[in-house]
Design a protein around this ligand. Structure first.
Ligand code: 26Q
Length: 825
C-alpha cells in the first residue's frame, strides 16, 4: 500500500513566533515572565492553530469523497495527555523540542503541565482512545461519541497506606484543544408519558409529553492521524439547562419543573462512574447513557441527511460500534428517530438499525452484565421502553418460530435465557445482540468462551453475527512517546516503517542473538529504569535499584486480576529470606499501580496490604534490599508510560477465563518486558507470537477453572490445612506481621478461606495457583541471572508484538464489520 504522506513539514519559526505571540496576548507577559502552565497553554494554542487547518481539510475531503463513517459510541475515552501525542502525530515532536531548547524551556516540564484527561476507568476506555488514533492514522473518518464529564476518574492519594479519592478537576485551567460547538446543540427528553394519536394520513404516531428536557452541547477534540493530515473528531457532550428558568414564573408547576430541569442538567455530566467490570445500577448512570446516545444518534442522522436524501440507505454510509452494553440504548433510539421523526415503518427502521449497529463484549464477569429494573427504565425513557418492548415481543416470536419444531428444546427455557425483558429487568446485552449485525469478543479465547458458554444460546441461533477482534494498542503513544530511546533504536535497526506497520519490528529478530544489540537494548532498558527510579524517589520517597528486576503489575484493582496472589508471593519470599539463610535471589522490585472502585472494600484493603508489606519489607535489614515493594500513587496514562518503558517483568496473572483480553500485557511486551501470566485473554496469543520458552506461564487453564466451577469441587481449606507453606504465608495476614491490629486484614484472609460459606472461598483460585506461580517466579529469577539469555528474550518481546498494534485490529474491524472507505486529505 502506498503511504500517504503529510503535505507539509513542521515550520519551527512560525511555531516559535506563535508561542511568543500567544504568551503576550493571553497573559501580557514575556517568555521569561511566563509560568510553565502559561507556556503550555500558549504552545497548545499554537499547535491547535495548525491542527484546525488539517481538521477543516478533512471535513472538506469528507464532503467531497463521501466515505462511510464509523461512530464509536463509548461512555469512556481514556485519551491521556494530548499535547505530546499531537506533536508526535504531526511529526513535530523533535522540532518543538528544538524550539523549546532555543527558548531555554524544558519540553518535559511543559508536557507535565497538562492534566491527564481521564474520562475512562481502564482497559475499555483506553482501547477506545487507541482505536481513534489508529482510525485517523489509517485514513478513516471516525467520530468518537462520549460524555464530557466535569470530573473524570478520581485522583488517588495514599494516606497511611489507604486509598483516598480526590476529585479530578481536569478542566480547572480549561482545555486548549477543545472546540465548543453550540450550534450543534440537541434537546434530550426524559420522563413524562407517551401520547398516541393518528396523524392526517391515519398513521399512529407517538409523542412524548410532560417530559423534562436538557440541552446537549458538543465539544469537539481533534484526533490526529500520524503524518497523514487526517484529523478525526472526538465529540463529547455536556449538559445545560434548556432555558435558564425565570424566577418571575409564579405558576407552581412551571417553577418546580424549571428547578428540576436545571438540576438534571447539572447532574448528568458531573462525574464518571469509577467502576470497572462492575455495575452500579444507578438511575443517573442510565440518564448519562441516554443523554449522550440520543444526542449522538440525532447528530448522525441529521448529518447524513444534509448530503443524502434516502434515509433507507443510512447504513450504507454509517455504522455504530457500541463499546460494551453501556451505549446500547442506541438501538432503540435509532428506531425512535427513524419512526417518530422520519416516519418509517417498523420493518424498514429495524432493517436500517440492525445493519447500522454492532456490539463489542468486553467481559464475562457476571457482576458486569448490565441490567436495569423495568420500572426505572420505563419511567425514565417511556418511548424507548415501548420500543424495547416491541423488539422483545418480536424476538420472542422469532424464538418460538425457530424452536417450535424441535422436540429437544423447551421454548420457555429459551425465552427465560434469551429474552430482552425478563423478571422485570431490561437485559442490555440481549438488546445489543438482537439489535446488531455483529457481536465480537476482544481476544480469541474470550470469543470462544462467549460462543461456547456465556452467549451459547445466541450463538446457536445467530452464529453469523459472532466474530473475534483481538485488541491492540497504538505504538505511537506506547513506544514512540513512552520510550523515545527504544523507538529511535528500533528505527536505527529496521527503519521507521514500524510507526505505521508494527510488524516491521520482526526485523529485530535477527539481532536478538548478537551481543552488541543485546547490550544496546539492555542499556536502553537501564536508562528507562533509572527514569522510573527518579519518579519513584520523587513521588514515594523510596530508593529503588535500577539493577534489580522491575516486576510490574499495573492495572485496575480487582479480585479477578489477583494482585493478592502477587503480594502473597512477596510475603512468601520475605519469609524465605527471614528463615532460610541459604536462600539467595537477585534483587527484585515489585511495582504496583492500581485504583480501586470507591465502594469496593476488598480491593481497597488489598491496597492497604500492599503498602503495609512495603513498609515492613523495605525497611527490614535482613532483607538487605533484595526485595523492594512500591505502590505507585495515582496510576494513570502519563505515569503508565514511564512504567511500561522500564518494566522487566509483566504481571498478567488473572484467574484464567476472567480477563477478556488485557492490553497492558501488550504495552509491556512492546517495551521489552517478559510476561509472567496465566493462559487468559490475549496472553494466549502473546505466548503464541513470542514462543512458549519466552514467557513464564503458570496456573489453571480456563477450561479447568470453568470445570471446577461447574462441579463446585474446589476446596481451598483443604489446601490450606495440608500445605504448610501456604498456611504459613496466608496466616501472615492475621498474625500481626503487617499490622498491629491483627484483625485488619481478616477480610482478605476470609476471602481466601471463608469458613462460614465455603462456596464463596477463594473464588479466584489463588491458593490453587500459588505454587505454580511461585515456581514461575523462581524460573524468572533464574532466567534473569543469564544476562545474554534475558536480553535476547526481552528483545524478542519487542520483535514479536507486531500483531498487537491497534492498526491491525482496526483493519480487521473495517474488513469484517465496518467496510469503511479510506479518505485522502
Ligand atoms: C457499568 C455500569 C455502571 C458503572 C460502571 C460500569 C462499567 C464501567 C467500565 C463496567 C465496565 C467497565 C469497564 C470494563 C473494562 O475495562 N473491561 C476491559 O476491557 C478491555 C478492553 O477490551 C479488556 O482488555 C479487559 O480485559 C477488560 O477487563
Amino acid at each position: 500500500m502506498a503511504k500517504i504522506k503529510s503535505r507539509s513539514a513542521f515550520d519551527k519559526e512560525l511555531f516559535k513566533r506563535s508561542v511568543l505571540y500567544n504568551i503576550k496576548t493571553l497573559y501580557r507577559r514575556t517568555l521569561e515572565e511566563a509560568t510553565p502552565q502559561q507556556i503550555y497553554q500558549a504552545a497548545s494554542l499554537a499547535i491547535k492553530d495548525q491542527i484546525i487547518d488539517y481538521w477543516m481539510d478533512t471535513q472538506k475531503a469528507l464532503e467531497e469523497q463521501d466515505p462511510k463513517i464509523v461512530y464509536y459510541m463509548s461512555m469512556e475515552f481514556l485519551m491521556g495527555r494530548a499535547f505530546g501525542n499531537n506533536l508526535i502525530n504531526l511529526r513535530a515532536y523533535e522540532g518543538v523540542g528544538e524550539v523549546m531548547d532555543e527558548l531555554g524551556v524544558d519540553l518535559n516540564l511543559i508536557e507535565d503541565q497538562e492534566p491527564d484527561p481521564a474520562l475512562g476507568n481502564g482497559g475499555l476506555g483506553r482501547l477506545a482512545a487507541c482505536f481513534l488514533d489508529s482510525l485517523a492514522s489509517l485514513n478513516y473518518v471516525a467520530y468518537g461519541c462520549g460524555i464530557r464529564y466535569k470530573y473524570g476518574m478520581f485522583r488517588q492519594e495514599i494516606h497511611d497506606g489507604y486509598q483516598v479519592e480526590k476529585p479530578d478537576d481536569w478542566l480547572a485551567n480549561g482545555n486548549p484543544f477543545e472546540l465548543r460547538r453550540q450550534e450543534y446543540a440537541k434537546e434530550i427528553k426524559f420522563g413524562g408519558y407517551v401520547k398516541m394519536y393518528q396523524d392526517e394520513n391515519g398513521r399512529t404516531m407517538f409523542k412524548q409529553e410532560d417530559y423534562q428536557a436538557v440541552k446537549a452541547i458538543p465539544y469537539d477534540l481533534p484526533v490526529l492521524g500520524y503524518g497523514n493530515d487526517v484529523v478525526d473528531t472526538l465529540r463529547i457532550w455536556d449538559a445545560e439547562p434548556i432555558n435558564n428558568f425565570q424566577l418571575d414564573s409564579f405558576d407552581k408547576g412551571d417553577y418546580q419543573k424549571a428547578v428540576e430541569q436545571e438540576n438534571l442538567a447539572k447532574q448528568i455530566c458531573e462525574v464518571l462512574y469509577p467502576n470497572d467490570n462492575h455495575i452500579a445500577g444507578k438511575e443517573l448512570r442510565l440518564k448519562q447513557q441516554y443523554f449522550f446516545i440520543s444526542a449522538s444518534v440525532q447528530t448522525a442522522v441529521q448529518k447524513y441527511l444534509k448530503n443524502h436524501d434516502d434515509i433507507k440507505k443510512f447504513y450504507e454510509k454509517n455504522v455504530f460500534q457500541l463499546n460494551d452494553t453501556h451505549p446500547t440504548v442506541a438501538v432503540a433510539e435509532l428506531m425512535r428517530v427513524l419512526m417518530d421523526d422520519y416516519y418509517l415503518e417498523w420493518d424498514e427502521a429495524w432493517d436500517i438499525t440492525t445493519k447500522t449497529c454492532c456490539y463489542t463484549n468486553h467481559t464475562i464477569m457476571a457482576e458486569a452484565l448490565e441490567k436495569w429494573p423495568q420500572d426505572l427504565f420505563q419511567r425514565l425513557l417511556p418511548r424507548i421502553y415501548q420500543i424495547v418492548e416491541e423488539i422483545n415481543r418480536r424476538f420472542n416470536i422469532e424464538i418460538v418460530n425457530r424452536y417450535s419444531n424441535d422436540p429437544k428444546v423447551s421454548i420457555d427455557e429459551k425465552i427465560r435465557k434469551m429474552a430482552i425483558l425478563y423478571d422485570n429487568q431490561v437485559r442490555m446485552a440481549h438488546l445489543a445482540i438482537v439489535g446488531s449485525h455483529s457481536v465480537n469478543g476482544v481476544a480469541k479465547l474470550h470469543t470462544e468462551i462467549l460462543e461456547k458458554r456465556e452467549l451459547k444460546d445466541f450463538y446457536e441461533m445467530m452464529p453469523e453475527k459472532f466474530n473475534n477482534k483481538t485488541n491492540g494498542i497504538t505504538q505511537r503513544r506506547f513506544l514512540m512517546h513512552a520510550n523515545p530511546l527504544l523507538a529511535n533504536w528500533c528505527t536505527k535497526k529496521v527503519g521507521d516503517g514500524w510507526i505505521t506497520d508494527l510488524t516491521v519490528l520482526s526485523g529485530l529478530k535477527k539481532s536478538a542473538d548478537t551481543a552488541k544489540a543485546q547490550k544496546e537494548f539492555m542499556a536502553i532498558k537501564k536508562k528507562n529504569k533509572e527514569r522510573l527510579a527518579r519518579y519513584i524517589l520523587q513521588h514515594n520517597g523510596i530508593q529503588i535499584d535500577p539493577d534489580s528486576i522491575y516486576d510490574c503489575q499495573v492495572k485496575r484493582l480487582h479480585e479477578y486480576k489477583r494482585q493478592l496472589l502477587n503480594i502473597l508471593h512477596v510475603i512468601y519470599l520475605y519469609d524465605k529470606i527471614k528463615t532460610d539463610p541459604k536462600f539467595d535471589m537477585p534483587k527484585q522490585t515489585f511495582i504496583f499501580g492500581a485504583k480501586a472502585a470507591a465502594g469496593y472494600r476488598i480491593a481497597k484493603l488489598t491496597i492497604k496490604l500492599i503498602n503495609s508489606v512495603a513498609d515492613v519489607v523495605n525497611d527490614d535489614p535482613d532483607v538487605d534490599g533484595r526485595i523492594k515493594v512500591v505502590f505507585i500513587e495515582d496510576y494513570r496514562v502519563s505515569n503508565a508510560e514511564l512504567i511500561f518503558a522500564a518494566a522487566d517483568v509483566s504481571e498478567q496473572i488473572s484467574t484464567a477465563s476472567r480477563e477478556a483480553s488485557g492490553t497492558g500485557n501488550m504495552k509491556m511486551m512492546l517495551n521489552g518486558a517478559v510476561t509472567i501470566g496465566t493462559m487468559d485473554g490475549a496472553n494466549v496469543e502473546i505466548v503464541k507470537e513470542v514462543g512458549e520458552k519466552n514467557a513464564f506461564i503458570f496456573g489453571l487453564s480456563s477450561d479447568e477453572v470453568i470445570e471446577h466451577e461447574r462441579k463446585n469441587d474446589y476446596d481451598p481449606m483443604s489446601i490450606y490445612t495440608k500445605d504448610a507453606v501456604i498456611k504459613k504465608t496466608v496466616d501472615r495476614l492475621i498474625d500481626g506481621t503487617f499490622s498491629k491490629d491483627k484483625e485488619l486484614f481478616r477480610p482478605l484472609w476470609n476471602s481466601l478461606l471463608n469458613t462460614k460459606d465455603t462456596s464463596k472461598a477463594d473464588t479466584y483460585f489463588i491458593l490453587k495457583d500459588f505454587h505454580s506461580y511461585a515456581d514461575a517466579q523462581a524460573r524468572v529469577r533464574k532466567a534473569y541471572e543469564d544476562k545474554a539469555g534475558w536480553a535476547k528474550m526481552a528483545m524478542l518481546q519487542t520483535a514479536c508484538c507486531g500483531k498487537f498494534s491497534s492498526d491491525r485490529t482496526i483493519e480487521e474491524y473495517v474488513k469484517d464489520i465496518w467496510h469503511l472507505d479510506k479518505i485522502k486529505v
